[in-house]
Design a protein. Structure first.
Length: 376
């Protein structure tokens, strides 16, 4: 059963009737929800049906479970992974990646060029090559990259000619240059030479291009970044019914707008012991399924219930909560309430989605799921 938050957010979709003033409250709630996800407006869904790069899907499945909850917190470097496909669509080994969706406050931690190595061409004669030298250059002069000062070497290594598969090259400094000065982005140049660095008339090693090869093999730039956003879990003052559930500070401002008028239900909740309850968030019901790839929704959970004296170990009280409970029960000081039922463990979730330029992004958000509840 969907939680109250979900049901009221779903009604905020265009065309849904509601009492006077409810529409503006719901719109404000959705705006606050977008702030939690670091956005001003939801990205537009892709114009045509698109498949996300398999690398990004595999990374999401490695980091998170089916509901998006983080299962391997130490895998990601930073909290954002962005993928970009080549914009040149040419057969030449020249690539251009447009980075306009990278926010100014994002710190570039690592940048990788992913190239799919095709099966090598057949080579005649006894001098068959087993290795080739692959070099990646940052283009400085787009019209004349081979002129002196026209390019800068970023990475070079020997690559086997056996089989096919992905090759990954680190190009972090070039991407940092491009994000500092967008006009400096003249693309990348890839060269293939013999193992001794000498030119080859017909290099046996080839990489898939953006034009004539399958979508899953197209050249891709992957950025690991950090936008500096971390959980800001603050108690919600004045939450209806006296509960002070911990929420992200921006989402917290939305909840009272959504739950106004439900104090009678909350008063009954206070009679139950403090415990965790389901709180389903369905992105399709909210109207976000067009741009969110995974998950389709998640269970945020929430904490409700009473913290009566004496506090048992099953309520996971802090020492401070125990003292506060005693002071409240014995009326030793005026104005001291009983402890509150709040999350005492929070988990992050991950979203895989299309951004405004139809690039696929994996982003991790802290403090989104109540892992357990206690009296604090």
């Amino acid at each position: 059963m969907l939680g109250t938050v979900l049901l009221l957010l779903a009604l905020a979709k265009p065309g849904c009737p509601g009492p006077s003033g409810a529409g503006s409250r719901r719109a404000e709630a959705l705006k606050k929800l977008l702030e939690v996800f670091g956005m001003e407006d939801p990205p537009a869904p892709p114009a045509h049906s698109k498949q996300p790069p398999q690398y990004m899907v595999d990374l999401f499945n490695t980091v998170a479970n089916a509901d998006g909850v983080t299962k391997n917190p130490d895998i990601l470097e930073g909290n954002t992974v962005r993928s970009f496909l080549d914009k040149t669509h040419s057969e030449e080994m020249r690539f251009l990646f447009v980075l306009s969706t990278v926010a100014k406050n994002e710190k570039i931690l690592t940048a990788e060029l992913h190239l799919f190595r095709l099966w090598p061409r057949a080579t005649e004669g006894p001098k068959r090559q087993h290795l080739c030298q692959v070099s990646i250059y940052q283009v400085l002069e787009r019209s004349e990259p081979d002129a002196p000062g026209g390019k800068k070497l970023l990475a070079t290594r020997l690559v086997s000619l056996q089989g096919s598969g992905w090759e990954v090259f680190a190009i972090t400094q070039a991407v940092r240059d491009w994000t500092d000065d967008e006009s400096s982005n003249q693309g990348l140049l890839v060269t293939v030479q013999g193992p001794d660095g000498n030119p080859l008339d017909s290099p046996p090693l080839r990489f898939a291009s953006g034009r004539d090869h399958h979508e899953s093999k197209k050249p891709m730039l992957v950025l690991f970044t950090d936008d500096g956003r971390r959980g800001a879990t603050l108690p919600m003052a004045g939450f209806p019914g006296g509960s002070h559930t911990l929420w992200h500070s921006s989402l917290g401002a939305a909840i009272p707008l959504l739950l106004a008028g439900r104090r009678s239900t909350r008063s009954l909740d206070r009679l139950q012991p403090c415990q965790r309850h389901p709180l389903s968030v369905d992105f399709e019901e909210i109207g976000w399924s067009g741009w969110i790839i995974s998950p389709r929704g998640y269970n945020a959970y929430h904490c409700k219930g009473s913290c009566p004296f004496p506090l048992g170990e099953n309520m996971r009280p802090t020492n401070h909560a125990t003292v506060q409970s005693i002071i409240n029960a014995l009326k030793l000081s005026e104005g001291v309430s009983s402890p509150c039922c709040v999350p005492d463990k929070l988990y992050s979730i991950n979203l895989l989605y299309f951004d405004d330029d139809e690039n696929v992004v994996l982003k991790q958000y802290d403090d989104m799921v109540a892992g357990s509840c206690g009296c604090h």
